[in-house]
Design a protein around this ligand. Structure first.
Ligand code: PEP
Length: 258
C-alpha cells in the first residue's frame, strides 16, 4: 500500500522569520493531531521543501514530527568546481530526505533538459535521497493532443536507473505546465489518464512490482477545495503543492483531505 505524500514546494519564498513561522505553524498542527491520536496525523506523509537557505534552520524543528525535509534542486555531481551549486550529498548531510528534480520552472528558466534531470535524479538516489521527478506538458502540447507523447518522452529521458528496493524511493510528480501557479487545475479524468500512462511506462521499464511501488503525485494549482476529490483517486498518491503550501492552514487542510 503506497502511503500518500503531501509535499510543499516553497520555491524562492521565505526569509528566516516567515519560513520559521510557517514551519512552526505546520509542525504545531501535526503535533496537535498526533497528541489527539487523530487519524489526520497518520493519513499521509508530509514534506516541506523550503529554499536552500532555510534548510539548516528548519531541520531541527522537524524532529519527532514526522514532517520530512526536502530541497528543490541538486547538482548532478557529488562535489567539485561548480560555483553556487548544491550537491545531493550536501542535502543528505543537512538532513534532507527528498529533492525535487526537473521542475518545469527549472526546465524553462535554466534550460534543463531530460538528460540533466536524469543525472540529478541519479545523484539523488546515489546520495540516499528520494528524487521527486517532475514531468508535464505545456498548454500547446496539450492542445495538440501530445500529452501522452510528452510524458513518455520525458520519462524515457529523465528516469534514473532503479535497483530492486529503490522503487519505493521514486516519486514522479505529474505537473501540467499550464496548471502551475495559474489557478487552473487539471480535471480528475485527465490526471487519471496521465497517471495511468506513467504507471504503464514504469511497468514497461522496471517491471510490474517496481512500478507498483513508485508514488505518483499530481501538482498544479491544488487547493483545499479540490484536494479531497483528487486525492481520492486510486492512482493519485499525493500532491506537490506550490502556492497553497505557503499558508499553513491551506497546506494542512490539503494534508487532512487525504
Ligand atoms: C509547483 O510549483 O510545483 C506547483 C504545483 O505550484 P502551484 O501549486 O502553485 O500550482
Amino acid at each position: 500500500m503506497r502511503r500518500k505524500l503531501i509535499a510543499g514546494n516553497w520555491k524562492m519564498n521565505g526569509l528566516s522569520e516567515e519560513g520559521l513561522r510557517l514551519t512552526e505553524a505546520i509542525v504545531e498542527r501535526r503535533l496537535r493531531a498526533m497528541e489527539h491520536g487523530s487519524e489526520d496525523a497518520e493519513s499521509c506523509e508530509l514534506l516541506i521543501c523550503p529554499p536552500f537557505t532555510l534548510l539548516a534552520q528548519i531541520r531541527p524543528m522537524l524532529g519527532g514530527t514526522g514532517v520530512s525535509l526536502g530541497a528543490q534542486d541538486c547538482h548532478p555531481a557529488a562535489s567539485g568546481a561548480h560555483t553556487g551549486d548544491i550537491s545531493a550529498p550536501m542535502l543528505a548531510d543537512l538532513g534532507c530526505a527528498y529533492v525535487i528534480v526537473g521542475h518545469s520552472e527549472r526546465r524553462q528558466n535554466h534550460r534543463e533538459d531530460d538528460s540533466l534531470v536524469q543525472a540529478k535524479a541519479q545523484a539523488a538516489l546515489d546520495a540516499g535521497l528520494t528524487p521527486i521527478l517532475c514531468i508535464g506538458e505545456t498548454e500547446d502540447e496539450r492542445e495538440a493532443g501530445k500529452t501522452q507523447e510528452v510524458l513518455r518522452r520525458q520519462l524515457s529521458g529523465s528516469l534514473p536507473e532503479l535497483k530492486s528496493g529503490e522503487a519505493t524511493s521514486l516519486v514522479i510528480a505529474y505537473e501540467p505546465v499550464w496548471a502551475i501557479g495559474t489557478g487552473k487545475s487539471a480535471k480528475n479524468e485527465d490526471v487519471r489518464e496521465a497517471h495511468a500512462s506513467v504507471r504503464s511506462f514504469l511497468e514497461e521499464r522496471f517491471g510490474a512490482e517496481l512500478a507498483r511501488e513508485a508514488r505518483l503525485l499530481y501538482g498544479g494549482s491544488v487547493k483545499p477545495e479540490t484536494s479531497a476529490s483528487l486525492l481520492a483517486e486510486d492512482e493519485v498518491d499525493g500532491a506537490l503543492i506550490g502556492g497553497a503550501s505557503l499558508k499553513a492552514e491551506d497546506f494542512w487542510a490539503i494534508a487532512i483531505s487525504c
